[in-house]
Design a protein around this ligand. Structure first.
Ligand SMILES: Nc1ncnc2c1ncn2[C@@H]1O[C@H](COP(=O)(O)OP(=O)(O)OP(=O)(O)O)[C@@H](O)[C@H]1O
Length: 256
């Protein structure tokens, strides 16, 4: 598989911060691959996602290089971004159809009828119930999981080559989380899209990522196939993350 993005020696320091948020990180993301990024809170996962999407705040010091295969990648057109809180990317005063129409108009154009057909197809792709009716509804009329489906439809509207999901399932209960993970896997396959999936949940990383990158204290400490990282971790830190997960999932010794 060809390389979509080659990151060399990426370092990031936010404005007025004494310490770096990312230090000398190098990795390659392949076209159509699903890469999960894990690590404890503050390890730099979201910073990596923001640096890739060009979303770092003004005044941030950034070193190293981000080399995209082919043309310059633009957020919204070539890179889709889904956040933890879908409410944050939805305007409560706009119908779902109006949200989609705005994005489709900006990136793909077409007549009103073509745009409406595209909006409907997107809502069908993300399996929103009653997609034709949903176009006329507003964000507050949907559950958290449904709002995340709508946010995903918006993120993939311009048929991006890379989708970044930053803790996109963390606020959802486990069953809905599993549905969204299955949806992301299917959308990547259908749309030949790469996925950068940020999570602190190693089990989720293993179920969605073909490879897993492990961040610890702003550095990339390990990267490998999901099988290697989960079953044969090379780093002490990865082993401790795995041990913490196993502890949480172990059967209770005392029933409550
Ligand atoms: N806008 C900002 N300004 C200053 N410092 C920031 C900013 N955003 C993040 N940081 C700092 O950068 C470091 C890395 O943060 P980042 O959000 O990338 O970590 P993370 O691994 O995604 O954590 P979490 O899992 O809690 O979201 C942390 O020390 C954080 O406090």
């Amino acid at each position: 598989m060809s390389v979509l993005l080659d990151i060399r020696d990426l370092s990031v320091r936010y404005p007025r911060s004494a310490a770096p948020a990312l230090s000398g990180l190098s990795l390659s993301l392949h076209a159509q691959e699903r890469l999960a990024v894990i690590g404890e809170s503050g390890s730099g996962k979201s910073t990596l996602a923001r640096a890739i999407a060009g979303l770092l705040p003004a005044g941030t010091a950034q070193g190293g290089t981000l080399d995209w295969q082919g043309d310059q990648m633009r957020l919204g057109r070539d890179i889709g971004y889904v956040f933890q809180d879908p409410g944050g990317s939805l305007n409560p005063l706009l119908s779902i159809g109006a949200h989609l129409d705005e994005v489709i108009k900006a990136h793909q154009g077409g007549t009103r009828a073509q745009r409406q057909a595209r909006a409907l197809a997107l809502l069908e792709q993300v399996q929103l119930p009653q997609p034709a009716l949903a176009r006329h509804a507003f964000p507050h009329q949907f559950s958290g999981g449904q709002r995340q489906r709508i946010a995903i439809a918006l993120a993939i509207a311009a048929a991006p080559r890379l989708l970044i999901a930053d803790e996109a399932t963390s606020a959802l209960d486990v069953l809905v989380q599993a549905e969204i993970v299955a949806l992301l896997r299917r959308l990547c396959a259908q749309n030949q899209m790469a996925l950068l999936f940020i999570t602190h949940d190693i089990a989720l990383a293993g179920s969605l990522g073909q490879r897993i990158a492990v961040l610890h204290q702003t550095r990339l400490v390990e990267i490998g196939t999901a099988e290697q990282v989960i079953h044969h971790p090379s780093q002490m830190y990865t082993r401790s993350l795995l041990a913490a997960t196993i502890d949480l999932n172990s059967p209770r010794r005392v029933s409550v």
